[in-house]
Every structure is written in C-alpha cells, then in structure tokens.
Design a binder for this molecule. Structure first.
Ligand code: DP6
Length: 362
C-alpha cells in the first residue's frame, strides 16, 4: 500500500502538576513498557506562535524497506534503545490498523530538542496523531492518548488544547491512564506563560532515566504521588473559580516538590542552575512587593523557567524577568490548541520520491 503523506502541527504543554515517576511491572502495571505514571498530572498546552512547535510528516508505504526517521534534518539511528522504546507507540498503531508497511517520518522542532522544553511532548503527539491518520485509523482520543503515552508520558497531554489532566489510572493494562481536556483554550485566555530560555544545552540526564532513578532511590519520593494527586484537585478547584493566586501557589509548590525529590535522588539530579534560582527570587520579590501573587514559576527537567501570570500583569512580570542576568530570551505563550492536520503544501516529504523535502545534514 502507498499511503497518503499526513502532516501535523503539535504544540508542547507545560505541566502545572508534574509527572515524575513510572509504575514498574507488578500488580498495578502489566508491562513496564506501558509507561504508566505514579501520579496524575495537569498541564496547559502552550501556543507561542511559530516559536514552540513540532511539524511532522508521516507516510506508510510498501516501497519503504525500513522505518526511517529524520529529526531536525538528521537521520536518526533506529537501533538506539531510546528510539525503539518510543516507537512502541508506532508498533501499537500498526497492530491496530493491520497495516504492516514501513514508515518514513520527518519531524522538525522549532525549539531545542531535549533541553527541558517539552520537545518530546509535542514531538510524540505530532508523531502518533499523524501516524494514526496516515494509517487511516478511526480511533477516539482516549485510545490515541493511551498509545501516545507509551511513546512519551507527557505527550499524551499534548493531544488536547487548553487545560488537560492525565489521569494516573488504576488498571494494570493502562487503559484508564489517559489524558482528557478539563477546560478548552478559550476558557481562560488571559492566562499567559513567559518562557525564560536560560540555556539551549541538552540536559545531562533524560527525564526517563532521571525519574527511574528517583523512584528507585529517593526516600522523599514516597510522599510525592499523594501530594501530586492533591495538587491536581487543588488546581482544578482554582480553575473552576479562575482563582489565579490559588493556581500560582499550587504551581510553585508542585514544581519545588518535584525538584526536591530530584535532589533527594541518589546520585542527586540537579536540573536547576543559578539563573533558575534568580528567576525564583525575582518572582518571589515581585509577589511580595505587589502584596499578591502576580506570577508563578515552574521548571521541568531543565533550568529554563516558565512563569505564568495574567495577561494584564504580563508587562510588569516581563520587566522583572528582563532584570535577571543570564536569561537569553523570553517567549510569550498563550493557551494553545490540539494538534492539527496541515495542507499537502506544508508537507516535509516529497510524495513521489518518498524523500524528505529539505537539505539533509550529513
Ligand atoms: C519534568 O514525558 O519526557 O517534564 O514518559 O519517559 O517520555 P517519558 O517522560 P517525559 O517526562 C516529562 C517530565 C516533566 C514533567 C511533566 O511534563 O509532567
């Protein structure tokens, strides 16, 4: 079969309550490869225009001898264990569709890969979204979220726009560990995120390896799953009331809780740097001088800070962050929408030659 080339645009998401830790094989997880989380998490999908997004084209064809994947112009090694794990999601889609043909995948991120800026989330969401369409599968968002989660946990949240909860679930087969939208992107449009880029370096330890180490060695981590579940409930309450201060308080608490268990890991995992610390002080200082919570910081597995605030306070917060030495760039994002299929003219694959359209890095 010569399938159709499908091109998709997907956006990253920012967790306000973080996912950090997987359930390993045992009574509440059938296979470790299901990538089931220890706790529920909650995110906002980010829309920074052309700045933070993934574009991915996928085609399945009998003419292809093997799966081939180009990321940011570079051919990837399909034998790498990390890629093999992530491609379990594609295997799952192939199984469901009954199509055995190989795939060509071409993907571009408009931001640094693996620098703690959620590139795996938009990347994997774009990949499974496009692949499911390229295979002609008619599956609901629950099923696609379940399959996307196998590729990357946080990616299952990027299948939705707005405010998204990824439910921990209880079933050992993972069928109830899926993401769902709690409010769409139009619900609270004033909510703004300022993304402070402090480094473009690749992180020293991947989230996947880091969280395994934390679950295995951190004593503090035992408390984390229950704390995070509570945080999800509190954030949903804050969202219901559009109560920014409550949202801000829990967002900061959850980020610091996650970074505490990272620090408590043997050997310690330290993603934050001096610039991250200065962002924390700047936001705390601003909140104190304004006598209200104007802004909230949060950090993923990297030093880049994301600061959320109301649009009406964004200039004030921006000005404060501009004063932090070491921030190279500040991007402004609003609440984003779910992945969308792009037109054929935006495809990254030449459908006749089945080759990527751009000049390749050697
Ligand atoms: C700190 O989703 O990248 O960003 O499931 O192993 O692919 P895998 O991990 P990943 O971890 C994201 C961790 C985080 C927190 C979050 O986004 O919830």
């Amino acid at each position: 079969m010569q399938g159709k080339v499908i091109t998709v645009l997907a956006r990253p998401n920012l967790a306000l309550v973080k996912y950090w830790g997987k359930r390993e094989k045992g009574k509440d997880c059938k296979y470790t490869s299901l990538n089931l989380p220890q706790n529920s998490s909650l995110s906002i999908t980010l829309d920074a225009g052309e700045e933070l997004l993934t574009r991915t084209s996928v085609v399945f064809s009998e003419k292809l001898a093997q799966d081939t994947f180009y990321l940011n112009g570079k051919k990837q090694d399909m034998k790498s264990p990390e890629l093999k794990e992530r491609f379990l999601a594609i295997e799952e889609l192939r199984k469901l569709s009954g199509v055995g043909t190989r795939a060509l995948i071409v993907s571009n991120n408009s931001f640094p890969t693996a620098s703690g800026l959620a590139s795996s989330a938009s990347g994997l969401a774009a990949l499974t979204f496009a692949a499911s369409k390229a295979l002609g599968l008619k599956i609901d968002s629950n099923k696609l979220s379940e399959i996307t989660r196998i590729g990357s946990g946080s990616a299952c949240r990027s299948l939705f726009g707005g405010f998204v909860v990824w439910n921990r679930g209880k079933l050992p087969d993972g069928s109830d560990s899926v993401a769902r939208q709690v409010f769409d992107e139009y619900y609270w449009p004033e909510l703004t995120t300022l993304i402070c880029m402090t480094t473009r370096e690749k992180k020293k330890i991947s989230s996947r390896a880091g969280m395994r180490q934390t679950v295995a060695t951190s004593e503090l981590y035992k408390l984390r799953p229950d704390i995070a579940e509570e945080h999800v409930k509190e954030i949903i309450k804050a969202l219901n009331k559009k109560d920014f201060e409550a949202l801000a308080r829990v967002t900061m608490a959850d980020a610091m809780n996650m970074h505490s268990v990272m620090l408590d890991t043997r050997p310690p995992i330290i993603y934050l740097n001096d610039v991250s610390k200065e962002v924390i002080y700047a936001v705390e200082d601003l909140n104190e001088s304004e006598k209200r919570l104007v802004a909230a910081y949060t950090f993923d597995a990297g030093p880049n800070a994301c600061v959320i605030c109301a649009e009406s306070d964004a200039d004030k917060v921006f000005a404060k962050l501009k004063g932090v030495r070491g921030i190279e760039k500040i991007l402004k994002a609003k609440i984003g929408s779910s992945p969308k299929v792009l037109s054929d003219s935006e495809s990254l694959i030449n459908p006749k030659t089945l080759e990527p359209k751009f000049a390749l890095e050697k």
